[in-house]
Design a protein around this ligand. Structure first.
Ligand code: GSH
Length: 225
């Protein structure tokens, strides 16, 4: 049994779980994984057995529990200080921390109307105004990060970092709904989709059979939002 255990939900759908799981795996330490099928009878009781908020992700480290994705990322950064989490440079750090926080608290329209569903593929949906606004803002943030701070690698701040973890589910959303992005963002998304931990999660998500209604866009939809 490993000292670290990450509690997650369905890999096809659970965006916050993806962020916490990436952080736990990025430590490079041995990690046990417990997956709970969300929104099923009994799942809330099962979540509460591990996570005081009744939500995933939760990270258990020996007898310590950390819940909420951003807290898990910061805790994992303490456990594995030799790995890249946040950029050193003050300007890059400020940008990285700000966009991670903006992701954690914002982009409600995109989160509401374009659920992560790794298995799904749409090509014909137009974007409602509020979703289009979120998409444009994210494109601007990713492009600026890549152009100003990303020279040392393929990710927002060069190497794969906490900021990429926070935006990982958005990459899947853009991919699933065939959302138009700038060339810089397309190149960044391709790097994210090829990242080994991202590939592992997506492969396991695609193999799942559970269907969560809230994670499905109606078949006759023409617009997101
Ligand atoms: N702010 C939390 C959000 C966690 C959250 O909403 N998790 C969802 C899954 S993506 C959940 O546990 N839902 C299960 C439920 O509500 O029963 C975080 O950043 O971790």
């Amino acid at each position: 049994m490993a000292d670290l255990k990450i509690i997650i939900g369905n890999k096809n759908y659970s965006t916050w779980s993806l962020r916490g799981w990436l952080a736990a795996m990025h430590t490079g330490l041995p990690v046990d994984e417990v997956k709970i099928d969300l929104y099923t009878p009994g799942s809330k009781a099962e979540l509460l057995r591990h996570s005081p908020s009744g939500l995933v992700p939760a990270l258990l480290h020996k007898d310590i529990v950390v819940w909420d994705s951003l807290a898990i990322i910061d805790y994992c950064a303490r456990l594995a200080p030799g790995k890249f989490w946040w950029p050193e440079d003050n300007a890059a750090y400020a940008f990285a921390r700000s966009i991670a926080a903006e992701m954690h608290s914002g982009f409600i329209a995109l989160r509401t109307h374009a659920p992560m569903n790794i298995k799904a593929k749409w090509s014909s949906l137009t974007l409602g105004e509020s979703v289009a606004h979120d998409v444009a803002r994210i494109d601007t943030l990713w492009s600026e990060a890549r152009e100003r701070f990303g020279n040392d690698g393929d990710f927002l701040f060069g190497g794969f970092s906490a900021a990429d973890m926070m935006f990982a589910p958005v990459v899947h959303r853009f991919e699933t709904y065939g959302i138009d992005v700038s060339p810089t963002v397309r190149t960044y998304m391709d790097a994210m989709l090829a990242q080994p931990l991202m590939q592992q999660w997506a492969k396991e998500g695609r193999a799942e059979t559970a269907v969560i209604a809230a994670g499905e866009v109606p078949k006759d939809a023409t617009q997101l939002g």
